[in-house]
Design a protein around this ligand. Structure first.
Ligand code: ZN
Length: 106
């Protein structure tokens, strides 16, 4: 990687924070940027499932169960990226791993 470290502020989005742990705009803790592979690996789901869960249309999950939306595209790598912290939170709140809890109750 080059000298400038790109990190994410969960509030402001992608910012070149140059290794700073706090956002220079709002003062929130910054975190890493994860691509879809890193998100899927952390959440112990397939990349295909992650893509299903994060897409806007034909999404199998109800809105409140969906993972955080992507912050945008990484300025250097050009791939969609997510802030690490909301993804970690989403995994913690995701109930019943291994069960079809994503299905709507009728
Ligand atoms: Zn911020």
């Amino acid at each position: 990687m080059s000298g400038l470290t790109w990190r994410a502020c969960p509030t402001c989005g992608i910012a070149p924070t140059d290794s700073r742990q706090r956002c220079y705009v709002c003062g929130s803790d910054t975190c890493e940027l994860w691509d879809k592979d890193q998100c899927a690996e952390h959440c112990e789901i397939t990349v295909g499932a992650w893509q299903n869960y994060t897409r806007l249309t034909n999404n199998p999950l109800s809105v409140k169960r969906r993972p955080p939306t992507a912050l945008g595209y990484h300025p250097i790598r050009g791939v969609g990226v997510w802030a690490e912290l909301p993804v970690r939170e989403w995994k913690k709140q995701r109930p019943g791993m291994g069960h079809r809890t994503d299905l709507e109750k009728t």
